[in-house]
Ligand binder design. Structure first.
Ligand SMILES: *[C@@H]1O[C@H](CO)[C@@H](O)[C@H](O)[C@H]1NC(C)=O
Length: 210
């Protein structure tokens, strides 16, 4: 077939795609900014509180028990997460979609990402329990043994990867580049958080043996 006869869309260069992508993102929208704030603030907050707990036992003293202290922190972290997710959904509503992302293939991929993300988050929470999920080791409540069952046999950090995949899935589903930008921030923040958390957790468990 002679393709010249078909009305074809003008081919965009990569630069033009990037321009189209970034022009749909409204960085000045307040929900976009609130969401970015929580994406950055939350992991910084829980790392500071957890280390303070490890060193000074403030929540343990306040609640008279490491377990209750950890539940209190869990509640705070969970609420901050809900707030972040709310801001994310509000931010997505305000932003423009990109035509390139609005098709069945992308929607399908989006559903897969979201489902995989939720599976990772839910199963890892099921494996670790509330205390294990919400930094119990910083309260001196250590796991008896390393968790190796699914999803920990396919990922070292299923909670963070699952959360990132859920953001990615949602952003793709609505075809909003602004959502992809926030997903990138989420990805970076979890990477940074792990740099602080992994060696510290390893240190806590190494001390336990002696
Ligand atoms: C991880 O565990 C699940 C369930 O026990 C199993 O079906 C899966 O094959 C395992 N994956 C790997 C890579 O070992």
């Amino acid at each position: 077939m002679d393709t010249q006869l078909l009305p074809s869309e003008p081919k965009l260069s990569i630069l033009e795609h990037l321009e189209a992508f970034s022009s749909t993102v409204n960085f000045e929208d307040k929900y976009f900014q609130y969401c970015t704030f929580f994406v950055v603030f939350n992991p910084v907050f829980w790392n500071i509180v957890a280390r303070t707990e490890y060193n000074y036992r403030l929540l343990t003293r306040l609640t008279k028990s490491p377990k209750t202290g950890c539940y209190l922190l869990a509640l705070i972290i969970f609420s901050l997460g809900l707030l972040r997710d709310y801001m994310f959904n509000q931010a997505l509503r305000q932003q423009l979609p990109l035509t390139l992302l609005q098709n069945g293939t992308v929607k399908c991929l989006a559903v897969l990402c979201f489902a995989m993300g939720q599976l990772l988050v839910i199963t890892s929470m099921y494996r670790l329990g509330i205390i294990g999920t919400y930094l119990g080791d910083y309260f001196g409540i250590l796991m008896k043994e390393r968790v190796t069952g699914f999803p920990f046999n396919i990922s070292n950090n299923p909670m963070y990867q699952g959360s990132t995949l859920s953001f990615l899935g949602t952003a793709l589903y609505y075809g909003k580049p602004a959502g992809l930008v926030i997903t990138l921030f989420v990805y970076i923040m979890y990477k940074v958080a792990l740099r602080f958390e992994e060696p510290f957790t390893a240190m806590i468990y190494a001390k336990k043996k002696f």
